[in-house]
Design a binder for this molecule. Structure first.
Ligand code: PLP
Length: 369
């Protein structure tokens, strides 16, 4: 099998498995108890938090562990639900941002959506026009899960701060976390979400960075996570998360970026169109003329190649909300596949997968003539 759907989820690294198993079997104590074994478990937990915080350039007390990035994103919207003023999101958001924003809108909030350019980045002129002195929250995705396009978050947050000095700025960093190598504090955001299973750790653990740690609690109870997110911490997965972050960050991403470029050239040379603008290097969204993504995905899967099709989380039954926001007609959005790479993706495997995809597309076309 050649697996190229790493933006959906990744295989768990051996180091992350070992860290989780060690925590489950040796350090399984409740980190909030007071005997010495529990204190050691708590120390491990805090070491994990510190290791992640150091790598992304923030303070450990600004990181809160959650169950997933969907929870982190929902927390952001929950935390502003009682604030006055308008909320601004981009048209390129993942459904875990888009839907909480729409839920607030349905309850009467003034929610504004900034359009995307045809390259898939936030239209900064429109952002400047839409944000005003009453804006309370702006949420802009860091790297698009559909196209891999990178939003210039620092630049956009500077625009927001000029127009709305009191607004909180959040970025959904799930596809940019570690992979863009940017220090989160350098992005100029107040909040940043990430998910472990996109970088070689298990599903079911995520985090929310909150500048200065100031946010209303997500869950009330025993006061864990500095009183902000009660519930006994998932210590095995937190250990795995930290191990995966360290491992991922140790790679030189230039090989993956070059591979992504090589794949982009290959598809372009074979009649396909590469979608999006400046790319993180990990995601390639390709329009394959006349072939429904689902049909191509199934045909490739039969031949051992697994790729994504963008619309899985895009919130619409047909087509793709984000690609449509880039001005793509619906019938075209249904013909886009997504190849996503990880640090362990092999060059030869990926090129072989591209050949199989093009060959499968040609076969489907000839069968339909
Ligand atoms: N945000 C983006 C950009 C994503 O790609 C995903 C997952 O695909 C999520 C949020 C949700 O992450 P999780 O699965 O941890 O809830």
């Amino acid at each position: 099998m050649i697996y190229l759907d790493n933006a959906a989820t990744t295989k768990v690294f051996d180091c992350a498995v070992s860290a989780a198993v060690k925590s489950m079997t040796e350090g399984f104590f409740n980190p909030n108890a007071t005997y010495k074994q529990a204190v050691a478990t708590k120390r491990e937990l805090e070491n994990s938090r510190r290791a992640i915080a150091d790598i992304i350039g923030v303070r450990d007390r600004e990181l809160f562990f959650t169950s997933c990035a969907t929870e982190s994103n929902n927390w952001v919207f929950d935390s502003v639900k009682n604030r006055r003023g308008n909320i601004v999101i981009s048209a390129g958001e993942h459904s875990s941002v888009y839907e909480p924003a729409m839920a607030l809108k349905n309850k009467g909030a003034d929610v504004r959506i900034v359009p995307l350019t045809d390259k898939g980045i936030v239209d900064e002129t429109e952002l400047e026009r839409i944000v005003d002195g009453e804006t309370t929250l702006v949420s802009i995705i860091h790297v698009s899960n559909e196209t891999g396009t990178v939003n210039p978050i620092k630049h956009l947050s500077d625009i927001v701060k000029r127009k709305a000095p009191r607004a909180l700025i959040h970025s959904d960093g799930v596809q940019g976390f570690i992979k863009t190598r940017t220090s989160v504090s350098a992005l100029g955001v107040d909040m940043y979400s990430a998910s472990a299973h996109k970088i070689g750790a298990p599903k079911g653990i995520g985090l929310l960075y909150v500048k200065d740690g100031k946010i209303s609690p997500m869950l009330n109870g025993g006061g864990q996570e500095n009183g902000k997110r009660s519930g006994t911490q998932n210590t095995p997965y937190i250990a795995a998360f930290a191990a995966a972050v360290k491992h991922y960050a140790s790679f030189d991403f230039s090989r993956i970026k070059a591979l992504r470029d090589k794949l982009a050239i290959y598809f372009s040379e074979h009649g396909c169109t590469v979608i999006g603008g400046e790319n993180s290097g990990f995601i390639l969204c390709v329009y394959v003329p006349g072939i429904k993504a689902e049909i191509l995905q199934n045909a490739a899967c039969e031949r051992g190649v697994i790729v994504g099709k963008g619309s899985a989380c895009s919130g619409s039954k047909r087509g793709n909300r984000v690609l449509s926001a880039m001005g793509m007609p619906q019938d075209k959005t249904e013909c886009c596949i997504r190849l996503s790479l990880s640090v362990d993706t092999d060059d030869a495997d990926a090129m072989k997968a591209a050949e199989i995809l093009i060959d499968s597309a040609n076969r489907i076309r000839s069968e339909n003539v």
